[in-house]
Design a protein around this ligand. Structure first.
Ligand code: AMP
Length: 188
């Protein structure tokens, strides 16, 4: 299939290297010591935005995914385009206090302290096929909490996807240890 890609092909794939070169490093943002991966230069290019959604979305053609769940806020950009492409619904996983209806929540640990994410209790029905997506896989803490939410609602997680992965942080293991496949398009 056109634009279908296996994870093993990614490092040798010229187009993926081009997409990777559009990710901008911002040192010491939002705080000293962090190199922030800024995806906006990639989103600014029409062909690049289309490519990433095609590469990710073509993996799901014909698989009957019911819903794509995206994590606030950059995850929404990818989740909405992906849901549209594959003809799935969209669930939004948000920071506390943003969602108007009844929610369930999951707490996760940060470097200092804790954070929480929430989803509407009716966002996902039991047995629905769910793809989870966020922009960056770092330690995997945020995505693990998102998995908690989908599991609580009885969703059947088909894949956990990222635009880019910081492989040296080993966040992938946190997710694969729970039995879910991880796909990231661009690896650092
Ligand atoms: P983590 O829970 O450690 O996997 O962090 C993932 C979340 O934090 C994602 O929602 C990312 O958007 C954000 N994030 C973590 N590290 C970075 C980074 N170096 N550059 C950009 N975003 C990051």
């Amino acid at each position: 299939m056109e634009n279908y890609i296996n994870e093993t092909d990614l490092n040798v794939h010229k187009e993926i290297q081009e997409l990777k070169s559009l990710i901008r490093d911002i040192p010491d943002f939002p705080k000293p010591g962090i190199i922030f991966k800024d995806i906006t230069p990639l989103l600014h290019k029409p062909w690049a935005f289309q490519k990433i959604i095609d590469y990710i979305g073509n993996r799901y053609i014909g698989l009957g995914v019911d819903i794509v769940a995206g994590i606030e806020s950059r995850g929404f950009i990818l989740a909405s385009a992906l849901a549209y492409k594959i003809g799935a619904g969209l669930a939004i996983i948000r920071k506390p206090g943003k969602l108007p209806y009844k929610t369930i929540s999951a707490t996760y640990t940060l470097e200092y302290g804790e954070d929480k994410i929430e989803v509407h209790e009716d966002a996902i029905q039991k047995g629905m096929k769910v793809v989870l997506i966020d922009d960056v896989l770092a330690t995997g803490g945020t995505m693990s909490a998102a998995i908690d939410l989908v599991e609580k609602l009885g969703g059947n997680i088909v894949s956990v996807d990222f635009l880019l992965e910081l492989t040296f942080l080993n966040g992938r293991k946190k997710i694969t240890d729970r039995g879910y496949p991880v796909f990231s398009l661009i690896k650092f």
